[in-house]
Design a protein around this ligand. Structure first.
Ligand code: PLP
Length: 729
């Protein structure tokens, strides 16, 4: 522990609240028990004709009865157990298309040739329709049904095409927004005489357990369900097929499931799902919260979120949604920042939908609802389930509040001034030196706070300035001078220490660090160059201004380069300063060994060698999830140098947004230290370690898998191999 850092205090390891039930749910103990019974007591093959097989069959058929009752099917014969909804979607689409193919072969044309699906369907639906129609070469026209701003299907649009429709695919409840589709209106439309012959597929995945279903009355032909969305295990689901609907098996073999889906049945899965469905069918809903309780849970979450985030907007009309899903965006905060803050506080949520998180194109559901781009890109989905408990929701509210306070202390929440009394040294935004600020649209800007108190915000364009100014005001930095990199008009008088340079591809700003930004007097004079792109640096070094950079260390910061890795560059002075610098920094050339290590290597190394461990997460994450305590507890590290020579944990919080400053200090004041970067998942720490190796010449490593791997339950699996790593030398 270095002085000036947050003092260690024994902290319990994380309390976590899982609010991502639309992605998947935990397997409920009653489902576990049923699966166990199926594996231990009823392990027979349901196709065997001896008693053990017959017991297994009886178990399977009870589950089928429960499934039929839960969805209001006319008969258990209409239930086909399968691996889940994606398979159910394929089977339904395939069956309809084979039915159309038969017609086409017989009559040389199709009487109905249009396939409609809701624009907000799960991606599996359009993917299956396009895939099978192309593969089977069936001349159908495939069209998405638009939705209104509430996400509700455009019924007149369907009406105008219904007489041509062979198949219509709609969902009961949307997985991203929780929006309930008006199935009764669709049912009325599909009962009209011009709709006769149109088949109707319903995706019931997110409706099960949340809204009553009566498929026998609805007039639909197919409906799919997945066990893992309602506390059964993954890999089990079922498809309901109306007894008169066309059906062609996609998987053939031993003739299981009445020839409709061959392969030995997943009995443990079916038993588990069956037990859950029986609970749902019971009069009291057994393990599940009542609708009234679900609504009360939602009200608590709504109240907490609205209080913490005054600029929050709900992305769907709450009156049209199931109570278990809340989808929102917060003006001024990206979904990544919110997710990181919530995750650190122990609340698991998702950005948009689990399947699309990681993509930066925005949610297709919110785009279909024509929400503004910033909302589609920055949506958060928070979803609990019928089997969540009220205590869990209370714990979630406490954790959400903590995340909100941590964000507020980092000046991340527009309209809520940070409480200055709560700011401490762990909040680097506003500390002396350079901090990187990111606007919602991804624009990168730098805040320079000099030791004199003078401050500058350097930005490439003025698009994001309003947003960034609110963050400065929150920190009491109203007098910050705004400097635009590319403002070549010459009207602006630059403060002393600054110069504006022009290269072929744009303007750049140069700042002489002197003693302004560094805690200790610098050995080497350093310049910071702010430019839009890397190419500007090369042009300036080749141009007539090159002399300015001679004998100086130069840290270049690029506003428009896409990643943290490419955002910085280091250039030594003309007299070979880079080589000199690197050799003095790390006692040799940067290591050629693997940059990532796994948690087993981490433990060994931290016990035996001295490392500076950097928590590269942002301050609003570090504030609620104390990495040093976690490391100490999980790795059983000695706390002080008295406990062990050489191996006390030298721990620092250096968020990626402060890396420009960290690098500048390493460049100006080279020191020999081994650095290990850790973050939540291993992505940011890898970028940080790569930057430190490439630019500051440090011996730097990253913990693969990050805190997530460290905190993962020990499943007795070998640690993930990382190839050549720390153990190599
Ligand atoms: N349909 C909806 C509405 C869903 O939410 C999901 C899963 O997210 C699926 C279909 C696909 O389910 P599975 O991945 O279990 O096959």
């Amino acid at each position: 522990m270095t002085s000036g850092e947050r003092p260690t205090s024994p902290q319990p390891l994380q309390v976590t609240v899982y609010l991502d039930c639309n992605a998947t749910t935990h397997t409920h103990p009653i489902a576990l028990q049923a699966a166990r019974e199926a594996m231990e007591l009823c392990y027979g093959n349901p196709s065997s004709t001896h008693m053990t097989g017959l017991h297994a069959r009886s178990f399977l058929e009870s589950a089928r009865e429960a499934a039929a009752q839960a969805v209001g099917a006319a008969s258990a014969d209409e239930i086909i157990f399968n691996s889940g909804a994606t398979e159910g979607i394929q089977s339904s689409v395939f069956s309809v298309l084979i039915h159309l193919l038969d017609q086409f072969r017989e009559h040389g044309r199709l009487s109905r040739w249009r396939i409609l699906y809701g624009a907000t369907e799960h991606k599996a639906v359009p993917a299956a329709i396009h895939h099978w129609a192309e593969l089977l070469r069936i001349p159908v026209e495939i069209e998405a049904i638009p939705v209104d701003a509430d996400g509700i299907l455009d019924i007149p649009f369907i009406e105008s095409r219904i007489s041509e429709c062979a198949l219509i695919c709609t969902m009961a409840v949307n997985n991203e927004t929780g929006v309930n589709q008006p199935l009764d209106q669709l049912a009325a439309l599909l009962k009209r005489s011009d709709a006769a012959g149109c088949l109707w597929f319903v995706d019931g995945v997110q409706a099960l357990g949340k809204v009553p279903l009566c498929l026998s009355q609805l007039g639909a032909h197919y409906a799919c369900f997945s066990g893992h969305k309602l506390n059964a295990p993954k890999g089990i689901g079922f498809l309901w097929v109306h007894r008169e609907a066309p059906y062609t098996a996609m998987i053939v073999g031993g003739g299981q499931e009445r020839g409709k889906r061959s392969g030995t049945e997943n009995l443990p899965g079916a038993a588990a799902f069956g037990r859950i469905l029986s609970a749902l069918n019971s009069e009291t809903r057994s393990i599940f919260l009542s609708h009234k309780q679900l609504n009360q849970c939602r009200e608590k979450l709504i109240a907490t979120l609205s209080r913490c985030f005054p600029t929050l907007v709900w992305n769907a009309n709450l009156n049209r949604c199931v109570p278990t899903t809340l989808n929102f965006s917060v003006e001024g905060i990206s979904s990544r920042e919110l997710m990181n803050a919530f995750d650190a506080a122990g609340v698991r949520v998702s950005g948009g939908s689990a399947c699309s998180s990681g993509q930066s194109t925005g949610s297709h559901v919110l785009t279909a609802m024509q929400l503004p781009k910033w909302r589609t890109l920055n949506a958060i989905r928070l979803s609990f389930g019928p089997a969540s408990s009220e205590a869990e929701i209370d714990a979630a509210c406490v954790a959400l509040q903590q995340a909100g306070e941590a964000l507020r202390a980092s000046c991340m929440i527009p309209n809520l001034p940070a409480r200055l009394d709560q700011m401490n040294e762990t909040v680097p935004f506003g500390s002396t030196g350079i901090s990187e600020l990111r606007a919602l649209d991804g624009t990168r800007a730098w805040l320079l706070i000099c030791r004199s108190g003078e401050s500058f915000l350097v930005s490439d364009c003025d698009r994001a300035l309003i947003e960034l100014r609110t963050k400065l005001a929150c920190r009491g930095l109203q007098n910050t001078q705004i400097l635009l990199i590319d403002n070549g008009s010459g009207q602006h008088q630059l403060a002393s220490g600054w110069q504006r340079l022009k290269s072929a591809s744009g303007n750049s700003l140069v700042f002489e660090t002197g003693e302004h930004l560094l805690k200790e007097p610098s050995r080497a004079p350093a310049l910071i160059l702010f430019a839009p792109y890397k190419v500007c640096l090369a042009e300036l070094l080749d141009g007539k201004e090159a002399g300015l950079f001679a004998d100086k260390l130069l840290l270049a910061c690029f506003a428009c380069e896409p990643t943290a890795l490419t955002a910085y560059e280091f250039q030594a002075n003309a007299a070979g300063g880079l080589a000199k610098h690197n050799s003095s920094a790390s006692g040799g050339t940067p290591p050629q060994t693997g940059i990532e290590c796994n948690k087993v290597e981490l433990a060994t190394r931290l016990r035996n060698q001295s490392f500076t461990v950097l928590d590269v997460r942002e301050a609003f994450e570090a504030a609620t999830c104390h990495m040093d305590d976690i490391l100490q507890q999980i790795l059983a590290l000695p706390k002080t140098e008295n406990d062990a020579q050489n191996s006390a944990l030298n721990f620092k919080i250096v968020p990626l947004s402060r890396f420009a400053q960290f690098i500048l200090e390493r460049l100006s004041e080279p020191r020999q230290e081994r650095i290990l970067c850790i973050c939540r998942s291993g992505q940011r720490s890898l970028q940080a370690a790569e930057l430190l190796r490439r630019i500051a010449g440090c011996e730097a490593y990253s913990l693969r898998g990050g805190l997530a791997d460290l905190l993962a339950p020990n499943l007795s699996l070998p640690p993930r191999s990382v190839g050549k790593g720390l153990h190599d030398h």
